[in-house]
Design a protein. Sequence first.
Lengths: 780, 302
Amino acid sequence: MKGFRIILLLILCIVNIAQIKAGDENSPGKITISGYVKDAENGESLIGATVFIKELKIGTAANAYGFYSISVPTGLYTVEYSFIGYSKKVEKFDLRSNITVNTELLPESKQMEEVTVTAERPDKNITQAEMSTARLDIKTIRQIPALMGEVDIIKAIQLLPGVQATSEGTSGFSVRGGGLDQNLIILDEATVYNASHLMGFFSVFNNDAVRDVKLYKGDMPAYYGGRLSSVLDVRMKEGNNKEFKGTGGVGLISSRLTLEGPIGNEKTSFLISGRRTYADLFFPLLTDSTAKKTIMYFYDLNLKVNHQFNKNNRLYLSAYLGRDIFGQKGISKAGFGNKTATLRWNHQFTDKLFSNLTAIASNYDYSLRTEQGGDKYVWKSNLIDYTLKADFNFYPNPNNEIKFGVSSTFHTLDPIDAWIYTIDMDTTMRFPSMKNYELEHAAYILNQQKIGDKIVLKYGIRYTLFQNIGKSVINNFDEDYNYINETEYKKGEVFNSYTAFEPRLGVLYTVSNSSSLKASYSRTYQFLQLASVSNGGMPLDYWFPSNNNVKPQKSDQFGVGYFRNFSENMFETSIELFYKEMKDVIDFKDHTQTLFNSRLEGDIRTGTAKSYGAEFLIRKNEGNFNGWISYTLSRALRKIPGINNGKEYSAPYDKPHNVNIVLNYSLTKRFVISATWVYASGTPITFPIGSQVVGNTPIPIYSDRNEYRMRDYHRLDLSATLKGKIKPDRFWNGEWVFSIYNAYGRHNDWMLNFDLKEGKAVRTYLPFVYFPAITYNFNF
Amino acid sequence: MKTYNIKYYLLILIGALFVFASCTEDFDPKLDTTYARLVVDGGITTDTTVHKVILLRSGDALNKLEKKYISNANVTISSGTEIFTLLENSSKPGYYETQPNVFGIPGKTYTLNISNVDIDEDGVLENYTASSILKNINPIDSIKLKYQEYSTRSKGWLINMFSRDIGGQSFYRVIAYKNHKLVSDSLSEYGIANNIGFEGGYYPGLSVYYLDNKKPDERIIVGDTITLELNGITEDYYNFINACIAESQPKDPIFSGPSANVPTNISPANKAAGFFSAHSVKRKSIIFQGIKDPLNPDVGGI
């Protein structure tokens, strides 16, 4: 608790300093220009928009709510507001006192996919101290050929250097060799615990409702915590506050519709967006009686409302509901999905102090019901988070930008709530409860400090206090993981705590206007992990906490990078080297059953892991011909006593070579063609090298774990987008997207099986070969 | 008792789409080989009968179930107070059998000793041992058959069991017979369960086995005698069967864990495979009367 108090004290000091400084408006020579940068057409905040004082050659970037603040000496200045895809705005100000300037930028064109476009400023990769991050704009994501035509932000993320799909076609991803559960995925600040639909083949994110996507692969800012490998921060659109608009699409497997507009006046706006698959509507038409009874669909609903009370106060309410439904009519039904709700209050204390107070609820649950011989079987799982957090941005002077805040989350994890009702004896048998409660408190502070023209330092610390609280039953094990007994803790009793200091450091050295060197170090801890033994993950996996039996996982990551732009930022190149060392990494002993295992902790084995590599990127953001080429050379290894005889082995996502090529070419203003080529080393796999016969069944004798690899993976996807004629004041705009997934029909290994009885090896590949799709998108 | 019927059924249900939709093709894997191991398959039970231990040599991975039996071994099972010598069946090489009056006693630890074998063929004879405690369980009070239709392709009869758990930490194996012939004739047809959370409780007609109509040996008609056998097994044997089931089934990236060698209780473990089990046996039989589901007589059965 000592560390927590120290950081809180620091934060309180800063708030006081801010207020004192804010009150000191007459301090000679220093005034502040602040405000919001927004899209002129729909009022959306432009995250990362640049504000540049030409005469002083200093600038700042708008935060996640479009707010900026910069302090300068009094004088006459030319202020440039700019953002990629928007016309630059230049204004002159005679700055004598603090001033608020809310600016709106006009999109350069009014193509339908550019209703909201967010992207980095042209040289942001050179001038910003952060590294190992990537922000993708919706326009780019939409151009990437997609499986079944379903544009998916996670599939786009998988094309970035250092990121890999966990399995063919799925939305699970591994960052720098990390596990599926080591990625923090947040939607409007609410944790999304399972970001997949339809067994992972689609993600929960409806791109029509998404405004901004940013991935942190390392160098995580101190305001993020709780996962070792990455943070995927997804922000929903705010809703057009200028006029009523609609966006939608009709695809091969789903349709979607988004409506947004002002409520009353520009101070309030809303967005509602829905998506549903409809393959199930055709099942009754099938002849197979089992297929006729099949239930299988998913849907998403996004909702957002925001209201600006006055120039200093704004309230946002956003919510997400998504669910997958499976089953057979009259026999069984299963459903799983996420629910999130976020209430945010933006408050501007002064020109230099911006705050965001947030209340968040997040839930992932699944339930399965069936009947067997009249007996009822019910199996439910539920995870609920309630979070309160306060974040502050303080801009004391042009050379420092301080961020600090506190948060507290109450986790309720109920992995298995299962019972069987037997009709014969009118009796219910209930599986032992594994319900547990945790509190996760955090405080952080970080500063980005500019030192001269060449150096920017970024330093911060995050302190986390993780507590297990009753009512809970904890199993006790001996040194050999044998179960001894259990201990029951009373309601509200804090029976176990972990504290963690997580320093985050970064430095930027500007070599020239077009090149810079960066280095970073970050320590992260993870207190919740997924009980999953498969590579791809499945919806029935559940999260379990660190507790008396399970230590939190820890990661130390170092990175250095050289960033160089060419041809006035038209070409962006980078080389990043990283080394990540992890301790208390979790794996499971051989043949662990994670489901219906109330003594799972006894099957956990912990050890060390490391990953290292180099990521190369060449990217062209502008022009008719754009896209990127990335190459990653990396390794990811684990060494865990009790697994693989204690010998080091390749992590499940260890793929040394990974190439991604994404190219888009606008043949005309209306016709764009795109191609994606993906290459990755084969997935590590354990091969049989012998056999034994037990009970007339041949059982393999295996090599060391992951000693072999599947064949290398590669795939070409193509798409062509034909847009409607561009006419001013046209009510309805439409476009057709034609795509082919796996255009040269590669049979990529999904799984290799060995039929020991028949003496043959069988390769399984998914039927996504020459897979065509057509989608019609529209807006009005 | 924890049953996995529902879990596997539901997993199959939601995974079926992609598993069935996926495509397969044969390929030449160019597998490496490994050194030979002694494979032991056998044990002793509470039945008064001939108890068997089968000895084999492990083979190459894709050898099409080629069995290399080990002959001329010296095999004994001792209970601490008695030593039973197992003689090789003259018509079945590699099958070592006790006398027919031998039975195991719950609570005792049985030790298997194997000698006079040279698995690695280096000219030096090797010794192998394994031990297993024989766990007791309560008798089965009764069983009942219930019709179940999982889909139009999968329908059959559930065997529901009424029995009281013996308490403590218990592990079970469940197998079934039709007309006294074993229908659980492969590892994947064994049912296994543990009593975590139900220690000492009563199993009130729990579904513990499924007779699948589409399998000829499990399809039942009026007059058939159905026998449920419940074995009290050790946790190690439970883990062994669990691993064997996992490793004898096709894998996929969504549901399957990493491939790994099944455990063994044969020592030295690096030179041996398989399992020696001592377990108790309880049985209950019922004659199938041809009644369909009494609660839902219109549902088609056989």
